[in-house]
Design a protein around this ligand. Structure first.
Ligand SMILES: [Zn+2]
Length: 224
């Protein structure tokens, strides 16, 4: 008998859900009862320089296990050049603090890849909210982690490309959705013809390898 309860990981969420290990998105405050990510969203990049010190304090807290979400968004927010500066400042912080990055990317994929080529970061990057199958090859060749959210439930092109994502690149998230992370895992397991337990074990390894600062036990209220 397996005495360990199964573990389900939700790598990026704005909504607290019981029943999983979550990385909650901080809104600017330290979260005392949860692991969290801290970053300057590209929509709010306008005067990022005045926010970097606060971000550093948030990011140095023991509960902060990732930088982000940060990135580029061609659809919303200030000029791309400003967003790019804000992103690069945070990527440097990620390297300095040895924290992985949760990347937000809307219609600016080639710029993200270029930044990665230039910076050659040591820390893992998690491409969050992945839903565009056409980007997959490039993401894999750049060795980004790929986090899939609730769109796996109804986006057929995403469903069709799931099996092309190497197991070791795969993560899941709920983001803004109130869909349970377990439903996302269940759908993905069915599409991959794995049992839920098999998928959990794959993602658990990926999670622990990516978010090295995460430790079991200290955030019991988030335990499954
Ligand atoms: Zn988000």
């Amino acid at each position: 008998m397996n005495i360990l309860a199964s573990m389900i990981f939700d790598v990026h969420s704005h909504i607290k859900q019981p029943g999983s290990f979550q990385i909650l998105q901080s809104n600017g405050a330290v979260l005392e009862d949860s692991f969290y990510s801290a970053g300057i969203h590209p929509w709010k990049a306008a005067n990022f320089k005045s926010k970097i010190n606060d971000l550093l304090k948030l990011a140095e807290h023991e509960n902060c296990i990732a930088i982000g979400e940060c990135g580029l968004d061609r659809q919303t927010g200030p000029a791309l050049g400003i967003q790019q500066e804000a992103l690069e400042a945070q990527l440097l912080l990620s390297e300095q603090l040895q924290l992985p990055v949760i990347i937000h990317c809307v219609r600016s994929f080639s710029e993200i890849v270029q930044v990665r080529k230039n910076l050659k970061p040591k820390q893992p990057w998690v491409f969050h909210g992945f839903n565009k199958s056409s980007l997959l090859d490039k993401l894999i060749s750049e060795d980004l982690m790929i986090s899939i959210g609730s769109s796996i439930l109804n986006n057929t092109s995403l469903q069709e490309c799931l099996n092309q994502i190497p197991n070791q690149n795969l993560l899941f998230e709920t983001d803004n959705s109130d869909i349970e992370i377990k439903a996302i895992y269940q759908k993905a397991a069915a599409l991959k013809e794995l049992t839920l337990q098999e998928l959990e074990s794959i993602v658990e390894q990926n999670f622990k390898r990516t978010f090295k600062k995460w430790t079991i036990g200290s955030k019991e209220q988030n335990c499954y």
